[in-house]
Design a protein around this ligand. Structure first.
Ligand SMILES: [Fe+2]
Length: 171
C-alpha cells in the first residue's frame, strides 16, 4: 500500500469524489491489486502443477478461481484510474507490494495446494474487508461497493477450498 510520503498526485478528472477520498481509495485499491495479482499467479501455479487423484476437479476449480481473480484485478485497476491514479501492475510492483507470503513452488499434491491457498484467500478477503471500511470512512461508497463484491467472490472461493479439507481442519 502507498505510504503517505509516496502518495501520487491525482491526475485531472471530472469524477467528483473528494480528493482526500480519492487518495485513500487509490492506496487501498493498489494494495488490493497487488495482492489479487499475486493470488492469481499462485492459483495458476496450483492449476499447472497439481497432481493426484483429484487432479481433474482441482485443476478445473483453480482455473475458475484465477479467471475470477483476473476479472477482479481489471475492475480494481480501472477504478484506480477513474479516480485519477495510475494503476501499477508490473511484476516488479506486484512483487514489492503484495502482502501475501510467497507461494511455495515445490508443491505437487492436490491437498497441499488447497492447504496453501486457504490462508492466502482468507488474507485477501480480510484485507478487502478492511478496505471496505477505509473507503467507506473516506466517503467513497463506490469503491467500497466494488471491494464488497470482490470480497464476496473470494469468500465463496475460500469456502470451496475449505470444503476439500476434513471438517475439523479448516479452522
Ligand atoms: Fe490451463
Amino acid at each position: 500500500m502507498a505510504k503517505k510520503s509516496d502518495e501520487p498526485k491525482l491526475l485531472k478528472t471530472n469524477n467528483d469524489v473528494a480528493d482526500n477520498a480519492k487518495k485513500v481509495s487509490i492506496g487501498v485499491l493498489q494494495g488490493c491489486l497487488s495482492d489479487a495479482i499475486d493470488l492469481t499467479n499462485a492459483t495458476r501455479q496450483a492449476h499447472w502443477n497439481v497432481k493426484g487423484a483429484h487432479f481433474s476437479a482441482l485443476h478445473a476449480m483453480f482455473e475458475t478461481f484465477y479467471n475470477q481473480l483476473f476479472e477482479g484485478t481489471d475492475e480494481i485497476a480501472e477504478r484506480i484510474v477513474q479516480l485519477g491514479g495510475i494503476a501499477h501492475g508490473t511484476t516488479q510492483t506486484i512483487g514489492a507490494g503484495t502482502r501475501l507470503e510467497p507461494y511455495p513452488t515445490e508443491l505437487l499434491a492436490g491437498m497441499d495446494h488447497v492447504r496453501a491457498l486457504v490462508p492466502r484467500y482468507a488474507k485477501v478477503a480480510k484485507t478487502l474487508r478492511a478496505g471496505i471500511d477505509e473507503t467507506t470512512e473516506a466517503g467513497d461508497a463506490d469503491t467500497a461497493d466494488l471491494l464488497t463484491g470482490q470480497s464476496r467472490t473470494i469468500d465463496k472461493a475460500l469456502w470451496m477450498l475449505e470444503a476439500h479439507l476434513e471438517p475439523d481442519s479448516a479452522a
